[in-house]
Write a protein that binds this ligand. Structure first.
Ligand code: GLY
Length: 333
């Protein structure tokens, strides 16, 4: 088992990575916890034993379930069960479950502890780590949320073997991002070590900038186009697939701005292709719609900001000329 930590002072928490990590749940529960509300989805099929009185609170499948309605349902169910701040929410699932249950935990009774048992590759390398919780609005993804750090995260790599291939590749899209955030040789590492390397990288970034005042934005590498493609909808793309296209787009934008050279763009393409992820816009992608969605991105405080590679590494860059965005999108068809 690889034991890591997200160092946040008195809110630091352990992340255990490896086969069977889910069986370590009892030892990572906050001291004195009396009951555990386990939030999961029926199809996840991963059972956990918190070793204290517990009840399972199922939520619906799919990105559509990650909404305020589900948060209300969960909080009402918690209230009927009598959940208190002396108890814990245990989220068992992928990003949809940990984001939604994490947000419910953040707002129920103004905050109860949450432990994430991440059962997807995407959840293990990104969603479950770092305390971002939240849900979608019809107007866009993750527009309502809170920073609420978990008490612990368990990344059980044993359960990844049962993921449908497309769900696994969904996680590879997020994993690919870390290859450009300083994790060397990622593609050659055994799975446990690759997950741990991504967690270590994310933990370091989160520790430096918990609330995304600056540096943490680099974790959104590839996400501005990725989120726009997901929100525009109708493209049958999973998050990691959309991010993969976003990584290639970000590389092409960086080259158009003279920040990186063709060899570095080729490196992006090689890594994305190596994970068998898409690199071109879906057929029928509407460039005007994507540009409008860029402007609505949470980072777009003043104009459109993209996270781009460059001589000083990956960093947020404000893009003044929307024509460049459109031209580069057209070139990605
Ligand atoms: N997924 C990006 C972050 O946690 O900041």
């Amino acid at each position: 088992m690889i034991e890591l930590e997200v160092p946040l002072g008195d809110r630091s928490y352990p992340v255990l990575v490896g086969a069977g990590a889910r069986h370590r749940l009892l030892e990572v529960l906050p001291v004195g916890v009396k009951r555990a509300a386990i939030v999961t989805q029926p199809a996840i099929g991963v059972e956990v034993d918190p070793g204290v009185e517990h009840r399972v609170f199922p939520m619906a499948e799919g990105e559509d379930a990650k909404d305020l309605g589900t948060v209300e349902d969960l909080c009402r169910d918690f209230a009927r069960w009598g959940l208190t701040r002396g108890d814990v929410v245990v989220a068992v699932g992928g990003g949809v479950v940990t984001d939604t249950a994490g947000f419910a935990a953040a707002v129920y009774h103004r905050g109860v502890p949450v432990v994430h048992v991440a059962t997807t590759l995407l959840g293990q390398v990104d969603a479950a780590i770092g305390g971002k919780t939240g849900v979608n609005l019809p107007e866009g993804k993750n527009l309502v949320g809170a920073f609420w750090q978990p008490a612990a995260v368990l990344c059980d790599t044993e359960v990844l073997g049962t993921l449908p291939p497309r769900e696994y590749r969904n996680g590879l899209g997020e994993m690919a991002k870390y290859a450009f955030l300083g994790v060397d040789g990622l593609a050659d590492l055994p799975l446990d070590e690759a997950v741990a390397a991504c967690v270590r990288c994310k933990a370091e970034v989160v520790a430096a900038d918990e609330r995304e005042g600056g540096r943490r934005a680099i974790l959104n590498y590839g996400h501005t186009l990725g989120h726009a493609l997901e929100t525009a909808g109708g493209y049958d793309l999973r998050h990691g697939e959309a991010v993969a296209i976003g990584l290639v787009y970000a590389a092409e934008l960086a080259r158009a701005l003279g920040r990186i050279d063709a060899a570095r763009v080729a490196e992006h393409r090689t890594i994305v292709a190596g994970y068998d992820l898409p690199m071109t816009l879906p057929s029928g992608a509407d460039v005007e719609r994507l540009l409008a969605l860029f402007a609505r991105d949470k980072k777009a405080v003043d104009g459109v900001t993209f996270v781009l590679d460059g001589p000083a590494g990956v960093e947020p860059v404000r893009i003044g000329d929307p024509r460049l965005l459109a031209q580069t999108l057209e070139a990605l068809r």
